[in-house]
Structures are given as structure tokens and as C-alpha cells.
Design a protein around this ligand. Sequence first.
Ligand code: ATP
Ligand code: MG
Length: 492
Amino acid sequence: MNKGFKNNVPEPVSQITQTLKKANFEAFLVGGCVRDMILGKKPKDWDVTTNATPEQIMALFEDSFYENDYGTVGVVDRNVTDETLSVVEVTPYRIEGTYSDKRHPDSVRFGQDIAEDLKRRDFTINALAYDVENETLIDLYEGQKDLAAGVIRTVGEADKRFGEDALRMFRAIRFSAELGFEISPETALSLIKNREALAQVSKERIRDEFIKIIMSENPKKGLELAKEGKMMSFIIPELEETYSIGQNKAHKYDVFEHLLRTLQCASDKKFGLEVRLAALFHDIGKPRSKRWSNDKNEPTFYGHDVIGGKIAKAILERLKFPNKVIDVVVKLVRWHMFFSDTEQITLSAVRRMIVNVGKDHIWDLMNVRVCDRVGTGTPKENPYRFRKYKAMIEEALHDPISVGMLKVNGKDIISITKAQPSPKIGFMLHALLEEVLENPALNTKEYLEKRVLELDQISLEELKKMAESGKEKKEKAQEEQIEEIRKKHWVG
Ligand code: ATP
Ligand code: MG
């Protein structure tokens, strides 16, 4: 066991184990945090297990609350900035009763022994406990050996453990995707044998594991395992429809393989959840829209984007994703064909697309497109045409150079000069714009208000000339701005 391991345990966590021990209780770090420390990864959260009861735990920690029905107490630290430390879960040793519904233990009793608690945990790599003060690791199921070998194996007989809680089957895949581990042969066989029990697991629990697969470094592997384990029909049956669906000549891969490759690219590029989901679902409408074209002598998939948007919506609603996520993903799937549709894309078409997907998600749409190309096996990721779209999006998003940029407006001028609304106000604004374009530091309320009073003294004729020169300057500045954007994207 690694020396200096203890030093990896953050102070607020070791304070909790110390406090429990000073009160004569046992205390261990357990589960994911021990696994991740051994792997040299930063744990996502810290779990402590103890022989103290929930009431005894709460009596020791002033700022704490009941977290769930299993006796878990959340111990709060309001002084830390690291989010993983703001709540540390402290759970009494548990002994689980029988599972008659394959998802909830019929009863949960608190145990007196760490061994009993480790026995009910899902996988050997998750059944390690660490005593911080004594620097000892409790490893009753060869968890360290499996960690070193990169193997996911159930604690005890797989059939029995999957029979108790069917979600563990999907968790096996999740850990395999997150850690890049293999599932041991006995555990893998048991997955196939018991997979139908997944139908009884709540959609929320499936969703949470599914999100972890999607957000992992190897989502492609995770979903391939779900396919191999014949589990997909209990998770996302619509993806099963895409298995072995051949495409047109532009594609090397069948639809399922293409979707996985697109998703994998989104993971490699560290894109967010919405882009990853859209990457996975963007062509999910293809099986239902596939028609043979005699003219083209290949299949076509007209309308697969519209159908796909609807299918993505149904999937995400069924898995009870938040509406905000559903909205974005559906839009990205619905409009993913935008960039491949036409050679001649116009600025007004780009503007319409920004309205369709929303200003905040237009770059997400581009990111889905990037991954779509990579997932097709197209060698060049950033060709000229693509860079041109980017430049056009930026152009469309840019605030135009106009008198609207000024720190005073027409109304201010009317109130300063006590004039009636007239073309003179517009002349003044353009005269001010010229100055500000020349020297942006002058764009302050104080300066411009002072200038308004001065300009008010100038003849209308003179002012009109100044305004015209201001307008010319504005047009030039606009051209320069667009040139800048194009240069940035290497499109001349
Ligand atoms: P992560 O780093 O993703 O949080 P984790 O291993 O901490 O991974 P959790 O889902 O937070 O996973 O569960 C914490 C621990 O509780 C696990 O390591 C495992 O020991 C145990 N556990 C969680 N869910 C189950 C389950 N369904 N059956 C048995 N043990 C479980
Ligand atoms: Mg955890």
C-alpha cells in the first residue's frame, strides 16, 4: 500500500474520522474515494463509514443532516471552497436484508462490523476501506488485485448480487467505461443471464448511471458493452434500432457505430452533457426514415433530423431528464443537418439558425457538427467551408458598430439640449461616434454630455458634415471588424 497515502486525505475529511475515533467509534473511508486514491485520481466525493448510529453521528457534528433512508448523515463544512468537501457523507455500517423486488433491500439494519458492510458493496474495487489514522487498508475481496489488473468483479456470486439489485449490472458497465476496465468473465456472463431484471429498475437510477457513462472518458466502450450484454433494450431501445443500419456511400460505418464514434469525439474534446447527448442521438431518426432510392442507387434518410428530434425527446423524457437539457438536445438533433445541407450558406440563413437553436447554443451545434464529421471517419476536421461557417456565426453574433454603442442616446441629448426631436440629434450622435471610434476611451457619460453641449453651439450645416464623416468612419470600422473575424478563422 502506498506510503504517504494518508497525505492525500484532505484535512476536513480526516477531522471527521478523528472526531469519530475520539468518541470511541470506528471510522473508515470507503468506496469510490479509496478506489480513486489508489488509482491516483482525485475522488469526486468522500464517504466515511462507522459503527456509530445516525443519532450518534449527528450528536458529534453540529452542522449535519439526515441524507436518506439508509442512515446516511451529511456532515457540512461551510469553510471549504472545494465542492467535493462541502458535504461528507457518513454512513453507519449496513447489513442488508433480502431483496424481493430486485431493487430495494426489504430491510436495512445497522451493523457492528466493517466486514459486514463491505460484503454488501457491489464490486471488489468498491469494497475497500481505509483507516486514516492507522494507515491500514481493509481489503477482504482482493480489491487491490482487481484494481491493479483493471477488472470489475462482483463481491460474491454475481448472479446473487445482480438478483438483489439489477442496477448493479448497469453500474458494472459504467465503471468499466469510467475506468477503462474489463468486466471479469463470470461477471460478464451473469450480466447477460440476468439482464431482463433491468426492466424493474427505476428510470431515475438508470439515468444517473447513463449520465456517468456519457460523461466518462470511454462512453463508446460503455455503450458497446451495453450492446454486447444485450442490455440496450432496457436502457435505450431506440439505439438498438440503429444496430447494423447501413448508410449511403459517404459513410464507412453503420448508424450505431457512427453514433458511438461521434459521442466518443465529444468526450475526447471534453464537450458538455448536451453536446454529448446530441452527438449520440443526432442520427437516431435514420432507421425510421431509411428509404431506397433507385435514382441514387443508395438509401436516403430524408427527414431523419425531424424524426430524430422527436425520438430524442421521447427518450430523454422517459429517463426524466430536466426540461432544460431536453430542450437543448432536441434542438441540436433537429438542426444538426444545417451545415451539411447547402454549399451556399448565407448570412441570413445563419441568423435564422441562431434564432432556431438560440444564441447560447449555436456553438454547441457547431461542436456536434465537428464530432459528426470525426465520427464519419472524415480525415479533415476543420476544412475551409467549416471555418467559413464559424466566421459567419461570429459575424452574425457581433453587435454592429452603431450609435447604440455610445454611452449617451438620443433621449439624453434631447434632455441636455432641451431641443425637440429632429435630424440634428442623429447628426450629433454620429459626430460623437466618430470621436469614440477614433478614441474609445472617450466613451464616457461625462465626456459625451460635455461634448453634446459644445456640439449644440455648432451650425447645423457644420454638424451635418461631421455626421457624414462619422457615418463613413462607422462603415469602415464595420468592414474592418468583419475582416478581423475572417482573418481569425483563416477565411479571406
Ligand atoms: P463515484 O466516484 O462515481 O461516486 P462511487 O464508487 O463512489 O463512484 P457511488 O454510486 O457514489 O459510486 O456509491 C458509493 C459506494 O457505495 C460504492 O463505491 C459502492 O461501494 C456502494 N454502492 C453504491 N451503489 C451500490 C449498489 N447498488 N449496490 C451495492 N453497493 C453499492
Ligand atoms: Mg461516490
